[in-house]
Design a protein. Structure first.
Length: 313
């Protein structure tokens, strides 16, 4: 059995996530404290007892999701499951930072500060209401790219996330994305729906945020991760710190090639995927990409126990 650890992206956040991990494991609680210290505020209070709309703000959701993923990883470690139990790590968008932190490439404090900056930079790159994202269900990546190209009409409209065989997300100027959604339906899409996001992520409109991340990442220590990272923008394995640094910059405007990332891991013999952190979105995507895969969400203390049983079984 070959295993990969996956780390979720934005949209997985919920009030209360990670609380029972912190209550059950001192090392998990310490992660939230470390993130609070790094940011100079009680993000943990917002995560556990705050307002859902405030948590959903990009600058809060990104470090919060990383903190929850790392708390789950620390809980696994407390039960004797180390990062070496995985052959690969991968994360969806911001989850790539969680994956790198879990594998020892980034410190928790640096990851928290980078994700706060990333969230703020992505939010400020495009004025509110100018951009949009939409999920297209039931068309191939090639069909969605054709639709996006036709809809652009001089504006930005790109395939942002190739999530699984049934879902591709487009991103860009709001009017262009709306045109693309209509064209997608006309081309036979089952659905094409605008997403409740605050900015058009993973498209050319994010160029100012990519510049901000390039500057920030230049000053951060990145070590070789203990296990290879399957990177969003290349769908290929790497453990080279300089490569990782540039991939994290490219990732801001680049497409998240999640379907290909999973295919890469399957091709390398991975048959078991653990989703480390909040939610089960990636588990669903993995099942749609590779039906025979064994998937397990590890976001609660009970999940941690189930993961240990699977590993020892």
């Amino acid at each position: 059995m070959s295993r990969a650890f996956l780390f979720p992206g934005q949209g997985a956040q919920t009030i209360g996530m990670g609380k029972d991990l912190a209550d059950s494991y001192a090392s998990a609680k310490a992660v939230f404290e470390e993130v609070d210290d790094a940011l100079g505020e009680k993000l943990s209070q917002l995560i556990w007892d705050g307002d859902a709309d405030t948590l959903t703000l990009t600058a809060n959701a990104q470090p919060a999701l990383m903190a929850t993923s790392l708390a789950a990883m620390r809980a696994l470690e407390a039960e004797g499951v180390t990062i070496d139990a995985a052959s690969y790590v991968a994360g969806h968008s911001l989850g790539e930072y969680s994956a790198l932190t879990a594998a020892g490439a980034l410190s928790v404090a640096d990851a928290a500060r980078l994700l706060r900056l990333r969230g703020e930079a992505m939010q400020s790159a495009v004025p509110p209401g100018v951009g949009a994202m939409a999920a297209v269900l039931g068309l191939s990546l090639e069909q969605v790219r054709a639709v996006a190209s036709e809809a652009a009409q001089g504006e930005v409209c790109e395939a942002a996330n190739d999530n699984d065989p049934s879902q591709v997300v487009i991103s860009g100027h709001k009017a262009a994305v709306e045109r693309a959604a209509d064209l997608a339906k006309a081309a036979g899409a089952k659905r094409a729906l605008l997403l409740p996001v605050s900015a058009p992520f993973h498209c050319a409109l994010m160029a100012p945020a990519a510049d901000a991340m390039k500057a920030a990442l230049a000053d951060v220590t990145i070590k070789a991760p203990a296990v290879p990272l399957i990177a969003n923008v290349s769908a290929a394995a790497t453990q080279d710190p300089d490569d990782i640094r540039s991939l994290l910059v490219d990732q801001v405007c680049g497409s998240v090639r999640w379907r290909e990332c999973v295919d890469t891991m399957v091709d390398q013999g991975v048959d078991t995927f653990w989703e480390i952190g909040a939610g089960k979105a990636l588990s669903g995507m993995v099942r749609r990409i590779h039906k025979p895969a064994s998937v397990l969400a590890v976001g609660t203390a009970d999940n941690v126990k189930a993961a240990v049983e699977q590993l020892n079984g």
